[in-house]
Design a protein around this ligand. Structure first.
Ligand code: 7TS
Length: 409
């Protein structure tokens, strides 16, 4: 993987921010977009913008082919068995909410349990809190080990035959931890529960095979994997989706509408009410082509190298606290940290003046922050276009930040 070649595909990277070359280390929030994706969107709007599944006119047919072609690309990308199992949504948040609103509300009752972990993103916590409130089910948390990883023993101790849903992120957006989803799924199934996976941070960075994981639902966001914002996917096993009610009702998702009752289209369209996210899906398809050309294995190996390099270099900075596993082999390309007593927002502000973009805050994981005993942290997240040089700049920036604040106080 030649990093200069890779960087040349991302026009946004070639600019100065505050008088310095941009160092973009916030890809866990959203990734940058390669020319291929930008051009796919441009081409759609310039040449064949049209609604889908409607008419017979040429532009409409081309738009429908583009939209449905993108679905097949997603199916292949995550190795789903059937095209009907791929539902386009607005993103991971919408996908998880769909499972909660449709499957969970219909199937859970008092005495049932939903099991999640302390490291989940808010979008994999709050929908289950709401389900618990409305059905009387109980929400339970799998605890974390000292280094922020999950032990299967703790999974076995938390999941029981009362558990109906286990929902776990595949990769943590804060700790970078990669969770053993296949093994957790096995434990869920042994107890008669279904397995939901938040794949927002895994699909951009590693090969995902939903059949091999054997999970029942899987959620992803296009914008984190080089695609446009506003498009995501809910994968669900066909036999489950077939028995679920839609969450949104209106155009596109109906078969026949009478005065007092209606019937739904077949899968996957019964879950795609209204004019779908046509440009977004086509852009996501182009992003998948791009990622597959580079190779997810190559991307993961590159990020792994960057994470190891960053952990090493950052640990040398005095006063540095790094959260999560210190062993890079257990991590994706995310390093979350605090430096001495400097507030992470101040860290991010000083780094921004150097052209370095990192995120500061609670990262939409307040229960995890509580567990880490930190009100907020700074986070550097890497992707295929980042280099070791950029990590050197980050480390220089962190040394500067620390010196600046120790002079002030
Ligand atoms: N799940 C995980 C693990 C995430 O990291 C995010 C977004 C989401 C779900 C929600 O995805 P969305 O596309 O529906 O918004 N994470 C972050 C982040 O870490 N910084 O900004 C957004």
């Amino acid at each position: 993987m030649n990093i200069q070649d890779i960087r040349s595909y991302f026009p946004i990277l070639h600019q100065e921010v505050n008088g310095n070359p941009l160092v973009y280390l916030d890809s866990a929030a959203t990734s940058q977009k390669p020319v291929k994706v930008i051009e796919a969107l441009d081409e759609y709007y310039r040449e064949y913008n049209s609604n889908v599944h409607r008419g017979v006119h040429t532009l409409g047919t081309r738009a429908t082919d583009g939209y449905e072609g993108a679905r097949e690309k997603v199916r292949k990308f995550i190795n789903a068995k059937h095209i009907q199992e791929i539902i386009f949504t607005r993103g991971t948040t919408t996908s998880l909410n769909t499972v909660a609103a449709s499957y969970a509300r219909a199937n859970l009752k008092e005495g049932d349990e939903i099991v999640i972990t302390y490291m989940e993103h808010h979008s994999n916590i709050i929908p289950w809190q709401q389900v618990a409130k409305s059905t009387g089910a109980t929400l339970k948390y799998i605890p974390l080990q000292e280094d922020g990883t999950i032990s299967l023993e703790d999974v076995r101790n938390t999941v029981s035959t009362n558990t109906k849903i286990v929902s776990v992120m595949q990769v943590s957006n804060v700790l970078g931890v990669i969770n053993p989803i296949k093994e957790i799924t096995k434990i869920a199934h042994e107890n008669g529960a279904i397995m939901v996976v938040d794949g927002a941070q895994s699909t951009p960075h590693m090969n995902v095979d939903v059949q091999d994981l054997d999970c029942d639902f899987f959620a992803l966001s296009g914008h984190k994997m080089c695609g446009p914002t506003g498009i995501g996917v809910l994968y669900g096993k066909k036999e489950l989706l077939e028995n679920m009610e839609p969450v949104e009702f209106g155009g596109e998702m109906i078969d026949f509408v009478d005065l007092y009752d209606s019937t739904w289209k077949e899968l996957p369209w019964k879950f795609e009410g209204g004019t779908p996210i046509i440009a977004g899906a086509i852009g996501l398809g182009a992003a998948i082509d791009f990622l597959e050309e580079i190779g997810l294995d190559n991307i993961q190996a590159h990020e792994h190298k960057l994470a190891a390099y960053a952990l090493n270099k950052m640990n040398e900075v005095e006063g540095m606290t790094i959260y999560g596993p210190k062993d890079a082999s257990k991590k994706a390309g995310v390093v979350t940290f605090n430096i001495a007593d400097v507030h992470p927002h101040d860290v991010a502000t000083v780094l921004d003046a150097e052209g370095i973009a990192v995120r500061a805050g609670h990262h939409c994981a307040q229960p995890l922050m509580k567990w880490l005993k930190a009100s907020a942290t700074a986070r550097a997240s890497f992707y295929l276009y980042n280099s070791e040089d950029e990590i050197d700049k980050l480390v220089e920036g962190l040394v500067k930040t620390k010196e600046y604040f120790s002079d002030v106080f």
